[in-house]
Design a protein around this ligand. Structure first.
Ligand SMILES: [Mg+2]
Length: 261
């Protein structure tokens, strides 16, 4: 069966997530340390450590895991009050942010009281300016537009994922947009892939899933009978320990044309 519909993952497939986090953390914290004293990598790790500690104690941890949002995302995420759980998470994250940045200031030998608010605001700004698509993405989506129905299937909090996709000028390419948080589950749950196929009005054999993660995008789509294409962008972390084998592997979206021929 020829491929007639395309399903895309968002984070680290169409726009950087991990590297955007790391760059924003470094940009936030470099002003607080002497030049060249601490590497970007070490600064980012300080925040991962501080946020992980506070995250483990969170009453929303299980819920956050279920919908696929991370501790780091709660350091900048716009408020989403669309369900009681999301409203609770948004409220909880206010104290979480203070705890995390106070911990980071302490680890850097700084006065937490005088630093944490600047770090908090700084990170929200620095992360906010880093929502952009990879260079190959918009031209390829432009070339596919009108030829293939294209859906976006992403794990996370609805408002956060929509915000990122819109800020990166991606959202208008996709209809439908399915975000795991709307269904209180996450990829690889087959429910999400089935909902996508139904909305696209195609059979699994006519669709291809394009995503970076084996455990979520590739395993979930393969289980649903969808052709799988892994986007293996050099420098990204793909070591998620799953055994799923994609039908195709590409390093950027320009290679899609050949597969779809
Ligand atoms: Mg991804």
């Amino acid at each position: 069966m020829p491929i007639t519909a395309l399903i895309f993952d968002l984070d680290d497939t169409l726009m950087p997530e991990h590297h955007a986090d790391e760059a924003a953390l470094a940009a936030t914290l470099q002003p607080f340390v002497d030049e060249d004293e601490v590497s970007d990598d070490v600064l980012a790790k300080l925040v991962w450590k501080s946020s992980r500690e506070a995250w483990l104690a969170s009453p929303f941890r299980e819920y956050a895991q279920t919908v696929g949002t991370s501790s780091l995302e709660q350091l900048w995420a716009p408020e989403d009050r669309s369900t009681p759980e999301l409203a609770g998470l948004s409220d909880w994250s206010i104290a979480f942010r203070e705890t995390v940045w106070r911990g980071v200031a302490e680890d850097l030998g700084l006065d937490p009281e005088s630093c944490w608010r600047m770090m908090d605001l700084g990170f929200q700004q620095e992360r906010g300016i880093r929502h952009f698509a990879y260079g190959d993405v918009i031209p390829v989506l432009d070339s596919l537009k009108g030829k293939y129905p294209m859906g976006l299937l992403t794990n996370g909090i609805p408002k956060v994922q929509r915000h990122k996709a819109a800020a990166a000028n991606l959202i208008d390419f996709f209809n439908p947009v399915i975000i795991s948080g709307e269904h209180v589950t996450r990829k690889p749950d087959p429910i999400l892939f089935e909902a996508m196929l139904k909305d696209l009005n195609v059979d699994a054999s006519e669709a291809a899933m394009i995503g970076d993660r084996l455990a979520t995008d590739i395993a979930g789509a393969a289980a649903a009978g969808i052709t799988t294409i892994q986007v293996y962008r050099p420098g990204n972390n793909h070591a998620d320990g799953d055994e799923a084998t994609p039908d195709h592997v590409i390093t950027d979206l320009t290679e899609l044309a050949e597969i779809l021929e």
